[in-house]
Design a protein around this ligand. Sequence first.
Ligand SMILES: [Zn+2]
Length: 427
Amino acid sequence: MRRPVLIAVLLAGCSSPAPREVYISIGADAIGTAHGVASLHGARIQMVETDGVVAVLAYDEAELEALSHAMHEQHARCGGYMVHDSLADARASLQRPADGGEVDYTLDRAAMVRTVLPTIDGAAILGTISELSAMKNRYYRSATGAAASIWLRDRWRSFTIRPDVTIELVDHGYAQKSVILTIPGTSRADEVIVIGGHLDSIAVGGKAANAPGADDDASGIATLTEVARVLLAHDVRPARTIKLMAYAAEEVGLRGSLSIARDYQKRKVKVVGALQLDMTNYQGSDRDIWLMKDFTSAAQNRFLIRLIDGYVGATWGWDACGYACSDHASWNRIGVPASMPFESRMSQRNTKIHTRDDTLELSGNNAAHAVKFARLAAAYAIELGKGDLGGAQVGSTAPSSSSSLPWKLIAVVMAFAAIWLARRRRR
Ligand SMILES: [Zn+2]
């Protein structure tokens, strides 16, 4: 990406914000929106710095929820801004590094992909969306938002008894926690692949609101969940480490993903690719999968197109969604190749998100569209993760040796042998 000319608009007295202020970064095209929200309530807002693409503002924390709604209404961005824990972190948003560049985007695991993909189950995705959207809301500060984290951790835990596969809750200092499932790499464990979606939902009213978020983003979490299920059911043993992440608090400034990405950057964890699944089950356009070309990796996007054409069997197109439109932006800002495949053209998006009407009915009570994204994400995990299939059985979430395929074969052979012996004795 072009290195923009910095226009410093440093204002006096903004080196540390007032108690209720936080530093946010937001698309420069949305400065007017931020001003509009603040002035509506007489709240303070200060421009710290902008480079014409991104702006850093000191902003009243109490106005963030209203800003989320305005960003959604006026710019169709889910999130739409980043909340930073320091001025330095906010200003780092203006230093956008080129992404990590070409990884080995080879397609050489066709047999593995073609074994795993047919077992992706639309009914399972539908079931997960239905359970998540039945919660009153998954707001980051609500009790049900917190319960959603525990629910998801337990669901993911039920998929395997493999001791090397871990599922953790990440505490960010508010009720809802991010959930991370890790399948450790065998030979290149220090290279990490992230596939994510956001667990929280939002509607006007925050904690008290009815926010089913069936599409935004129970669909992405359900897609991710099905990817976890099939990878583990097939006992996938990737060369690289695969991490599936359900982020907390995306709707209020990408907070969960930002804090995880910041931590990985600090610890120098090498993330070779990040894929975001935010809204996968509302087919609003004539083509299936829309790749966002802004604030994403061109090289990884081209890799996704090869996966779609080669394995997914779906149509695709290009679109753009603006600064910080979802959690991939948290990875993009630290130089990780990131992509955001979306369910429709932004201009034909699901207009019911962030309301009580974001329900499964809008998707015809089926998960046919989300299945395409699950196929893409599973193919991405396998072809970027490399590695092989392990020896455990397919079809059950927790392997049980008595019913595994080799045992069934042995049982059949022994039964035939017994019949043959019995007949011989009779002769
Ligand atoms: Zn979303």
